[in-house]
Ligand binder design. Structure first.
Ligand code: NOJ
Length: 552
């Protein structure tokens, strides 16, 4: 049966940074509502909002203290109802971020759990260890141990995979599973069309008594992913959750964030008979080339290039393996990584060419706000702007190797996720029309992308994305078969076929002129980024350029 989301074109909005209407420097729901005509013009049919629930904002909304209300900085429940209604009128589906692996430490469940060791909510979280001794050496994604002392002074510790103010929920407990389903259904009842299941692959943990083996065995925290990612109980516990949602709200898109999932897990998570997700977002597409890294200091925030051959291999494997099973997600950036134009694309032509290459494959595009303009990461000038202890450690290591603090901050600005969350530039008014007040996120804009300059300019990046998305809506690019043509590492060329219709999408990955041989008969240009020449089946692409050619 066909679902709306089989042909979804998703636009990811970081609500805090999109459009502020009450001039507090924080974007809000009314701002998104105001910009619906812009979204319609671009040609997307769904928006995914990063979390908008009540939150102390330790992790920008991923630390939820009340799932049943909107964070006052972003609006009210009435605003949310109006946003859903207006989006639907405009033919835009609404997908909400659903944080199910952890809550904020300010959530009443956790507050109760630590105020009374006999509270029924104690078992909503994971408490272990005794006499002030941590149960194991597992490390948190945000640095340090996953174990934080119980503030109640019991000598136990609670488990947190992310910030210490974000305790993990205990999914072993059926009450937790029931409560999370109740929350999800509350929002679906309101009329939202999909849930992005945040960090769902982490809800199951291995036996807490074991250390993750390390060379020196000294007990220092180590990120022990195999002990808390993709364990089999993830599927066992989520299946009834997903099944119930699909039974009650069959048109719900369940989009799972599965950062470390390989393609085989993606099959498990999305195969229809497994009754889990419809599609997953993996971070495994982007294999980095580490050969240029300076080994004298930490490599975490040293800019690296994309290993294009590995990228091509990854893409083809995901395309082939998921054919007939589910739609892969297609994306270049999100709020957890540097922007496409900062991280990969050397210039605007390459940004367009890579976009075309990615989104015209088989799957669901997810476009990160501002990407359609060619927006780049902000440039930070102070380490506090990253709000991340791992950046401080990076700066310290770079300084030891002789770099200045400024150099290290500049580097981290090109790699870190925070500078990718800058305000949307609408016009040339104060703060680019984002807000009358200075934005919640500080940093310098380094590009000259502004909506007002691009919207009516046929040659702009915005209008390139618009034309590309029109093409994406054709059944050939939605449902056609995909296969990669064999070329060397300097280009990425694939074919889409549906009945009599056929197209070639060709992108250069090189800074030199690149020639590829394509099958004869593909002569009608549908879209291009940069220049090319076509001569009797020989396609010559200028540096980083790309073209879509249809069979006559
Ligand atoms: C994944 C989200 O994308 C990221 O931004 C967040 O920090 C973690 N999950 C924790 O919720």
């Amino acid at each position: 049966m066909a679902h709306w989301y089989d042909h979804a074109i998703i636009y990811q909005i970081y609500p805090k940074s999109f459009q502020d209407t009450n001039n507090d420097g924080i974007g809000d729901l009314n701002g998104i509502r105001q910009r619906i005509p812009y979204l319609q013009k671009l040609g997307i049919n769904a928006i995914w909002l990063n979390p908008v629930f009540v939150s102390p904002q330790v992790d920008n909304g991923y630390d939820v203290s009340n799932y049943f209300a909107i964070d006052p900085a972003m609006g009210t429940m009435e605003d949310m109802n109006s946003l859903i209604e207006d989006c639907h009128k405009a033919g835009i589906h609404v997908i909400m971020d659903f944080v199910l692996n952890h809550t904020s430490n300010q959530h009443p469940w956790f507050q109760d759990a630590i105020s009374d060791p006999n509270s029924i909510y104690r078992d909503y979280y994971i408490f272990a260890g005794k006499d002030g001794k941590r149960p194991n050496n597992w490390g948190s994604f945000f640095g340090g141990s996953v174990w934080e002392e119980d503030p109640a002074g019991t000598g136990e510790f609670y488990f947190h995979l992310f910030d210490k103010k974000m305790p993990d929920l205990n999914w072993k407990n059926p009450e937790v599973r029931h409560s999370m389903l109740e929350i999800a259904e509350y929002w679906l009842e309101k009329g939202i069309d999909g849930l992005r299941l945040d960090a769902f692959i982490h809800i199951a943990k291995a036996d807490l008594r074991q250390n993750f083996p390390t060379e020196d065995g000294n007990g220092d925290p180590v990120v022990a992913e195999p002990f808390f990612a993709n364990l089999p109980q993830v599927q066992t516990w989520l299946r009834p959750f997903c099944e119930q949602i699909k039974q009650d709200y069959p048109e719900t898109l369940l989009l799972g964030e599965a950062a470390s999932a390989n393609v085989n897990l993606a099959v498990d998570y999305t195969e229809r008979r497994n009754h889990l997700m419809d599609s997953v977002v993996t971070f495994r597409y982007f294999t980095e080339d580490n050969s240029q890294v300076d080994k004298h200091y930490s490599d975490v925030y040293q800019p690296k290039t994309l290993d294009m051959t590995a990228f091509k291999q990854n893409q083809t494997v995901w395309q082939q393996t998921l054919a007939g099973i589910s739609y892969p997600t297609l994306y270049w950036s999100n709020h957890d990584m540097a922007r496409l134009r900062t991280r990969v694309a050397k210039n605007d032509i390459q940004a367009r060419s890579l976009a075309m290459l990615m989104y015209l494959q088989r799957g669901i595009p997810i476009i990160y706000y501002g990407e359609e303009l060619g927006m780049q990461n902000l440039q930070f000038d102070n380490e506090s702007q990253f709000s991340d202890q791992t950046v401080e450690a990076f700066i310290a290591s770079a300084k030891k190797a002789g770099l200045s603090k400024e150099e290290a901050i500049k580097m981290a600005s090109l790699v870190h996720k925070m500078p990718a969350r800058g305000p949307m530039p609408w016009n040339h008014d104060k703060n680019y029309g984002f807000s009358e007040a200075d934005s919640w996120i500080k940093g310098q804009k380094v590009d000259n992308c502004v909506v007002d300059d691009q919207i009516d300019d046929e040659r702009s990046s915005f209008n390139f994305y618009k034309r590309m998305l029109e093409l994406k809506q054709e059944d050939l690019f939605q449902d056609g078969d995909y296969y990669l043509l064999s070329t060397d590492k300097n280009s990425y060329v694939y074919q889409r076929d549906l009945g009599e219709k056929s197209a070639i999408v060709a992108s250069s990955l090189s800074d030199k002129e690149t020639a590829v041989v394509i099958p004869k008969g593909y002569e009608v240009e549908k879209l291009s980024a940069g220049d090319y020449q076509l001569n009797d089946g020989k396609l010559t692409l200028m540096p980083y350029s790309g073209v879509v050619l249809m069979k006559k």
